[in-house]
Design a protein. Structure first.
Lengths: 228, 319
């Protein structure tokens, strides 16, 4: 259940679930997100243009020509959280990763005082939950990593990170869908396309609330999957 | 498919296909995008008799030089734009915005510059023959999605048009320019992160628009905003017109192609009624902000929509 509802500009509402960031709170955010999405697609909520879940907030954007903030707030207040469900919407994925493309394992190994293999094993054995997708198309933020792997962002972000790079910061793991600048600690790379515009009806692989497990692949398998 | 098309002789600085935008996708990281100036977009489409959803060409500062190689068409340019039409017999004349022109095979349209404004629009009768992606023809160049492989228009591109126009009638309307430099805003969700002095400064000092301004954001230069809580927040969803303040204290207004989530505190949010006025401001211009309440913003937006429908209602045939 959200703690506060506020307007953001004249065509947005923030459903604020509190300051804490954990899987339980994020699950509530995502349940509400799926509910709003379903109601919009059924045609029950005229004028809503977007619904963007993040760690602890859901932001709803609407067309001020068709609805307004008090109508959306009234709808949100009427939602019965006990009836919302996530399991029917969330999918399970296995994403291949090749650790030969790491950029930071050496430094991480020194900082964390554990071997590269130990870091890789923790990563491979984590059941990740997709907290949110955003910034650019298809970009997932997943958790929770064991606190033994807790690391900050790089002091100097890299100017260019290749697409498919898998990074970690704090308890989160991300995958860069596009070549971009970035400050995450890069531990490997996946050949899986997170945003495939050739798949026109549903180009984005992951959705908020999905589960992800990584599977180790060799450089040869990486090349083979990339060329497929 | 027919084969009526323009050839691009010069692409202009930032020429893309755009419509209202791509919605219901922000949760997957896809920003809505769409026309920066939705008012000029609506007027351009209405002049050529299109539905309000038809895709148009958007250009910034210097627009394209296009030659109609095959077919006939009718165009309308909206915004505040200096352009010329050169007929196939080499006769050249200056065009007027907010009216239609019939073009025949061999005619050229040269969109030279936007005047005291950033964005202009060209609509075609029947529209461009371009393929939508996720129900929109808006190009998002950063993610390479939309028609034309999601890329800006370039020299020698072929721009296909849907119909061969037989309609000889031309139309015009009158649009009044709003040159105000005060942008009305609402308080942002982290307004209280800024010191009392900064809260006061934000609404009393002027800000200069920086050269680092594009479809994604407008950077401002002026009085530094002093954050007394935290210069980062947990990343959260973004709304068009959000004014965020990173650690250096210089505000950035997030525009139409905004990143879908962001982690900087937001001091204010531009009202929908003033968004069009804002995005037509150019680097070097100075703006200031005025705080209003939600009910005023809602009322002003109603008046804004009414003024657009007046302009469209007043479209008249040229005799």
């Amino acid at each position: 259940m959200f703690k506060k509802l506020n307007n953001i500009g004249d065509c947005g509402i923030v459903c604020d679930f509190g300051e804490e960031v954990n899987r339980e709170i994020n699950t509530s955010v995502i349940k509400l997100f799926y509910h709003v999405k379903k109601e919009v697609l059924k045609g029950n909520l005229n004028g809503i243009l977007n619904y963007a879940p993040s760690y602890n907030k859901l932001i709803i954007n609407f067309d001020l020509g068709k609805t307004n903030s008090s109508q959306i707030i009234n709808f949100l207040k009427s939602v019965d959280f006990s009836k919302l469900n996530l399991s029917q919407n969330s999918k399970k994925w296995t994403i291949p990763v090749c650790y030969d493309f790491e950029m930071d394992l050496e430094n991480m190994s020194k900082t964390l005082k554990m071997s590269k293999d130990e870091i890789i094993n923790i990563h491979l054995n984590t059941d990740f939950f997709v907290y949110m997708i955003g910034f650019v198309p298809g970009h997932p933020f997943m958790g929770d990593l064991n606190s033994k792997l807790f690391l900050n962002r790089l002091k100097t972000p890299r100017v260019k990170i290749p697409p498919g790079s898998v990074g970690i910061v704090e308890k989160f793991c991300n995958i860069y869908p596009y070549e971009s600048p970035g400050g995450w600690n890069i531990i490997g790379r996946t050949p899986t396309k997170l945003f495939n515009k050739k798949n026109e009806s549903s180009p984005c692989l992951l959705s908020p609330g999905d589960s992800v497990k990584f599977k180790l692949i060799s450089k040869q398998e990486f090349e083979k999957l990339t060329n497929e | 498919m027919n084969n009526y098309f323009f050839e691009v002789l010069r692409p202009g600085i930032n020429t893309t296909f755009q419509d209202k935008g791509r919605f219901h996708m922000q949760h997957l990281g896809v920003t809505p995008g769409g026309c920066m100036d939705l008012v000029s977009f609506s007027i351009a489409n209405a002049l050529v008799g299109n539905t309000p959803d038809e895709g148009v060409l958007e250009f910034a500062y210097q627009g394209p030089l296009l030659k109609l190689i095959k077919g006939r068409t009718k165009i309308a340019i909206a915004g505040n734009v200096f352009f010329q039409i050169t007929k196939s017999n080499q006769e050249t004349f200056n065009g007027e915005c907010n009216r239609t022109y019939a073009l025949a095979e061999g005619d050229q349209i040269d969109i030279l510059a936007t005047k005291q404004s950033a964005y202009g629009y060209m609509a075609l009768e029947g529209g461009f023959a371009i393929k939508p992606f996720l129900e929109s023809v808006s190009i998002l160049a950063r993610a390479q999605i939309g028609p034309n492989e999601g890329k800006k228009i370039k020299t020698n591109d072929k721009i296909n048009i849907k119909i061969n126009s037989k309609n000889k009638k031309n139309f015009l309307t009158k649009v009044s320019n709003n040159n105000k430099n005060t942008i009305k805003v609402l308080k942002g969700p982290q307004f209280h992160y800024f010191s009392k002095k900064s809260q006061k400064d934000f609404f009393s000092k002027e800000y200069k628009i920086s050269n680092l301004t594009d479809r994604m954001g407008m950077r401002l230069e002026g009085t530094v905003m002093e954050n007394i809580v935290n210069t980062n927040i947990r990343s959260e969803g973004i709304t068009k017109g959000a004014i965020q303040v990173p650690a250096n204290g210089q505000p950035i207004i997030l525009l139409t192609d905004y990143p879908t989530i962001g982690g900087y505190p937001k001091i204010a949010n531009v009202t929908s009624a003033d968004y069009n006025l804002l995005i037509q401001k150019t680097p070097g211009e100075k703006i200031s902000f005025k705080l209003i309440e939600l009910h005023e913003a809602e009322q002003l937006y109603k008046e804004h929509l009414k003024s657009i429908s007046e302009v469209i209602k007043n479209i008249k045939e040229i005799n």
